[in-house]
Design a protein around this ligand. Structure first.
Ligand SMILES: Cc1cc2nc3c(=O)[nH]c(=O)nc-3n(C[C@H](O)[C@H](O)[C@H](O)COP(=O)(O)O)c2cc1C
Length: 180
């Protein structure tokens, strides 16, 4: 699971903010806890899968960005100028964001990392089931996270499929694309 998380977290993101956190439920106790938050439509899916991942968006990435930049400074040969530049654009951008824009931004990026998690799990031979039908209220605290900081986004069940996926049709590319 950590290998998949490692690969998933190569996902593109704004200024290396990496505004996400994963809770992986792979114990009976963890699964039961998460199961109790699922709506009836998705009941049983946590207990019946090998593990599940609850993806959170992190609203407080800004407070920890200097650790990320310092790591890049040390490990990736950043120059002093680049370090200064990254800190400056990040703080300028951070100050300009309203609360709503910050939430939109981190939830969007949590979506990117979630899709990448799904694709990486597939590359490792696992099937996944993304589920939005769960109660948000209190779920961060249930797993020891600060609910004011972490926004619950999606639950992804991970394991081996017991049946083939239902076939679906997609809208044509021309219907969803405008050339200008
Ligand atoms: C954001 C999101 C939320 C979803 N929520 C649920 C859900 O709560 N319950 C469910 O059975 N499937 C849910 N799905 C799964 C889809 O219905 C579908 O099974 C999945 O995306 C893979 O199949 P597809 O290729 O048809 O999209 C969700 C998918 C996404 C991307």
């Amino acid at each position: 699971m950590l290998e998949i998380v490692k690969e998933a977290t190569r996902a593109c993101n704004a200024v290396d903010s990496q505004p996400w956190h994963f809770v992986i439920t792979d114990t009976d106790e963890g699964k039961q806890k998460l199961e109790s938050y699922m709506w009836p439509v998705d009941r049983g899916r946590i207990e019946n899968s090998s593990a599940s991942v609850l993806v959170f968006a992190d609203k407080d990435w800004f407070a920890h960005i200097d650790e990320v930049f310092n790591k890049s400074f040390q490990e990736n040969g950043w120059t002093e100028e680049r370090l200064y530049f990254m800190n400056k654009i990040t703080s300028d951008w951070g100050m300009d964001l309203s609360d709503g824009e910050l939430e939109d931004s981190v939830i969007f990026q949590a979506g990117l990392v979630t899709m990448q998690f799904i694709l990486c799990a597939r590359a490792h031979g696992y099937d996944t089931g993304p589920m939005a039908a769960f109660t948000r209220q209190g779920v961060a605290e249930e797993f020891g996270l600060d609910g004011n900081r972490f926004i619950p986004c999606l639950v992804v069940a991970v394991g081996k499929a017991t049946a083939p996926a239902e076939p679906v049709s997609r809208r044509e590319p021309q219907e969803v694309t405008t050339f200008a």
